[in-house]
Design a protein around this ligand. Structure first.
Ligand code: SAH
Ligand code: SF4
Ligand code: F3S
Length: 463
């Protein structure tokens, strides 16, 4: 009888990629994906602890698995990801039905650990930080067609005072550029239209090329773009401190790299940024945005913001609001500060009340939504390049597409346009979605792979 697995993923792109690798490892042992947890012989939770809410959600769901385990004692239950790395001992104590704990940098150990649980029924744990924790020789099982994640750097060497990630992901290790390029080429050959290079800090990438030469993030973008004409290249997350001329000019000059900068600012107050250990001031961040915009005038910009950091005053918060006005981000992820034990900020005094944090977050979100709706409405009447990704979930007959700037576009059209790159005209917009129409015959042109964008033919295969 074929054994079946079920994986639930919380958290960021790193976890999504890790789940795809783990799925590759498990499937290579002959297991199949289960339709639901109730149908599975192995249940894995790939967890996140970046904020308290994420941790509580995972703990709640894991506790509920006790009933499934009672009904089927042969079921293997495992926790992986950042909670496994940080809380291994506490988890085994709190959850007696847990069989397996695997840290973020020990994924290559998953196969042998699984074999041992099945053979002996004994609990297995590994939270070792393996020197080379990139998983070799495993083909990840990707969650989506057309768009794929490629991990270029593990870990985080920064030290932001609020953040638990450096403790859960270890020190940085960069993947070799040739391996990244080979993976990008294979993906393009298999029909993927877009890759996203992922890491906690992609632009602190420090690869070593075949001849021993150092390759920085800008160099990597140029190499991947040159090796894979026609493939859209995105990356997440880049740190403002590591966003240098080499990075910006590589985006400006590489036709495959999308002109979208996600640069988490966290706060608009230099005083708070200093307490966060972010390594830049408000002024330096704003200067960086000017440099990006002067190099790439139509670049889209997005950010992450934390409100209610300990001791944040009303004036500090006003500075965050005014920075949002000054930059006018195309989108923003906005969070209330969540104390994480083991971080320096959690030991600080000056924690704000939940009411203050909530009020500040609501005000920030309201203003940001208005700004992004204005930005999007200004696009009405313009023409943009999109890749058609899927059927629209709510409106039959419509398709879901995405611009180079990472905006979602709804276009009416037949399902066989999915996977095509085409130019469309924006007809309507709100804060979250653009509506567009394709030209008469646009679909036919795309079918032949001959839509011309910016003077070059963009639907070619990887060389
Ligand atoms: N490495 C990336 C993002 C890491 S986590 C970077 O530095 O930009 C993603 C986002 O979660 C962060 O940008 C931050 O806005 C948020 N975050 C991290 N720790 C947090 C905490 N303790 N409370 C609230 N938000 C937090
Ligand atoms: Fe966390 Fe800062 Fe590292 Fe981002 S750069 S993962 S916020 S420590
Ligand atoms: Fe969460 Fe770990 Fe990512 S804490 S945000 S899953 S690095």
């Amino acid at each position: 009888m074929t054994l079946k697995y079920h994986i639930t993923t919380f958290g960021c792109q790193m976890n999504v990629y890790d789940s795809e690798m783990m799925e590759g490892i498990i499937a290579s042992r002959g297991w199949e994906r289960a339709a639901s947890e109730a149908d599975a012989d192995l249940i894995l939770y790939n967890t996140c602890v970046v904020r308290e809410g994420a941790e509580q959600r995972a703990m709640g769901r894991l506790a509920q698995l006790a009933a499934l385990k009672r009904a089927n004692p042969a079921l293997v239950v495992g926790v992986t990801g950042c909670m496994a790395q940080k809380e291994a001992e506490r988890l085994f104590e709190a959850l007696p039905h847990l069989d397996l704990i695997l840290g973020t940098r020990a994924i290559p150990r998953l196969g042998p650990m699984l074999d041992r649980v099945l053979a002996t029924g004994e609990r297995q744990v590994c939270t070792e930080i393996l020197d080379d924790s990139f998983v070799a020789d495993v083909v990840p099982i990707r969650q989506r067609p057309l768009k794929a994640l490629v991990n270029i750097i593990l870990g985080c060497n920064k030290n932001c005072s609020y953040c638990i990630v450096p403790q859960t992901r270890g020190r940085e290790v960069s993947q070799a550029p040739e391996k990244i390029i080979a993976e990008a080429r294979t993906l393009a050959e298999h029909g993927y239209k877009e890759i996203t290079l992922v890491g906690q800090n992609v632009n602190s990438y420090k690869g070593i090329g075949e001849s021993g030469e150092p390759v920085d993030f800008g160099g990597l973008l140029r190499r991947v773009s040159a090796a894979c004409p026609g493939l859209r290249i995105r990356y997440i997350t880049s740190h403002p401190r590591d966003c240098n001329e080499a990075h910006i000019s590589a985006v400006a000059e590489s036709s495959g790299v999308c002109e979208n900068f996600h640069l988490p600012v966290q706060s608009g107050s230099t005083r708070v940024l200093r307490k966060m250990y972010r390594g830049y001031s408000r002024e330096r961040y704003l200067h960086l945005i000017d440099r990006v915009r002067s190099a790439i005038p139509d670049a889209t910009l997005s950010t992450d913001i934390i409100v209610g950091f300990p001791t944040e005053t009303e004036d500090d918060f006003r500075e965050t609001m005014s920075l949002m006005e000054a930059v006018r981000f195309d989108s923003a992820y906005m969070y209330m500060y969540s104390p994480r034990s083991g971080t320096r900020a959690a030991a600080d005094h000056g924690e704000l009340s939940i009411e203050v944090k909530k009020a500040r977050l609501a005000e920030l979100i309201e203003r940001q939504e208005a700004i992004q709706a204005e930005i999007n409405r200004n696009l009405i009447g313009t023409r943009v390049e999109v890749v058609v990704e899927d059927n629209a979930p709510r409106t039959p007959g419509d398709l879901l597409a995405r611009t180079r700037g990472d905006k979602m576009v709804i276009i009416p059209g037949p399902a066989d346009w999915i996977g095509r790159l085409m130019e469309v005209e924006i007809t309507d917009a709100n804060g979250h979605t653009l509506h567009a129409r394709a030209d008469q015959g646009a679909g036919d042109g795309a079918r032949n792979g001959s839509i011309s964008v910016g003077g070059e033919t963009s639907l070619s295969h990887c060389s």
